[in-house]
Design a protein around this ligand. Structure first.
Ligand SMILES: Nc1nc2c(ncn2[C@@H]2O[C@H](COP(=O)(O)OP(=O)(O)OP(=O)(O)O)[C@@H](O)[C@H]2O)c(=O)[nH]1
Ligand SMILES: [Mg+2]
Length: 330
């Protein structure tokens, strides 16, 4: 267990020293202040379990024995409540500590309100402005089973309800029945679905762009192949009146490695935002938000269920804060 004490004349000084000595990966486990300055307990090894975290915190307390503690009342109880909530909803220790430090610096606020404000602003909301005279080709890219087709169906139902003109299309890998859910949804909406099998030409004219306000394009879940086809499409659309806007579909119940692989593969594409699905299928829904935050990507929609009309909501700072602090988008 590596817990080190770092002192400084104030919080900023102590944090800068911690970073100088232990690098950017240093995580603050605790702090103590007196009139002489600030002491921090930091570690560079993330605890593997809650019990190890507790042990580290006890060690941090020992290191602080010689530093007078300031008022240990409300603030320290609330500190641990915000951090505990973030940890239990899937945030890393470093993220939780940094968010709490930022929230604690907002004076005159209830700690949970301050934390909600900080956390709500950790992520950006993807903008989907109208593009007068142009067609937005909104492509859903994600791993197999992430919720691409259902999110596309929910979004198209929403746009149709708002009387927006949309068309549906889908890439296909040729597997029998693979496009059946998309076709069934098209039939429900009374809209034709253009399908593009492995050898089919995918370009502005075959997609029918420019034309409707949005063409929602489903993909197959074979990321490498989908990215290659969308890259070609982007080049072709450049000279037409259409714009490719790739939305990364991330299942909140998937592994962090699978999100990382998607971020990496999609880095060559114009990514407009993320659609986070299956928030109802994990007890740690904040993990995916933290990953998106690290990538500095905006979020467009949040999904927490399979109901076509109810379960896709526009991302908002309040919804982010609820996921971080309550573990659900209420
Ligand atoms: N509980 C829950 N289920 C969801 C959500 N989104 C999608 N699903 C379900 O997850 C399963 C997979 O969803 P799809 O939309 O077919 O996933 P996909 O990414 O298109 O999958 P492939 O076409 O196989 O690549 C379906 O049973 C959906 O009903 C969600 O937010 N919550
Ligand atoms: Mg699908």
């Amino acid at each position: 267990m590596n817990v080190h004490k770092i002192t400084g004349k104030n919080m900023r000084d102590a944090l800068e020293r911690a970073q100088e000595v232990h690098g950017a990966a240093a995580v603050v486990l605790g702090q103590s202040e007196d009139t002489e300055g600030v002491a921090l307990a930091v570690t560079t090894t993330a605890p593997a379990s809650r019990s190890e975290l507790e042990r580290m915190r006890r060690r941090a307390d020992e290191l602080f024995k010689d530093v007078a503690r300031i008022d240990e009342t409300a603030t320290s109880t609330e500190t641990s409540e915000v951090e505990e909530r973030l940890l239990s909803h899937g945030c890393t220790l470093g993220f939780a500590a940094a968010a709490w430090q930022e929230a604690a610096s907002l004076e005159g606020r209830h700690p949970l309100d301050a934390a909600a404000e900080v956390l709500g602003n950790k992520l950006q909301v993807a903008k989907l402005p109208k593009l007068p005279g142009k067609t937005r080709v909104l492509a859903m890219l994600g791993h197999s089973g992430a919720g691409k087709t259902l999110s596309l169906a929910k979004l198209s139902a929403r746009l149709v309800r708002a009387e927006r003109r949309v068309a549906l299309a889908g890439l296909s890998d040729g597997r029998v029945g693979a496009t059946a859910p998309l076709e069934a949804h098209g039939a429900l909406l009374g809209t034709e679905v253009k399908l593009f099998g492995p050898g089919a030409a995918l370009n502005a004219s075959t997609l029918g762009a420019p034309g409707p306000e949005a063409i929602l394009l489903d993909t197959t879940g074979d990321i490498e192949e989908d990215v290659a086809r969308l890259s070609e499409l982007e080049k072709d659309l450049a000279s037409s009146g259409a714009v490719l806007d790739v939305q990364l579909v991330l299942g909140a119940n998937q592994q962090a490695e699978s999100w990382a692989a998607l971020f990496e593969a999609a880095s060559v594409l114009p990514v407009g935002g993320c659609v986070v699905t299956k928030l109802d299928e994990t007890r740690r829904p904040a993990t995916v938000l933290e990953s998106i935050c690290e990538e500095n990507l905006p979020v467009a929609f949040l999904s927490a269920g399979s109901d076509l009309t109810r379960d896709l909501v526009r991302a908002t700072p309040d919804a982010f804060a609820d996921i971080f602090l309550l573990g659900r988008a209420s």
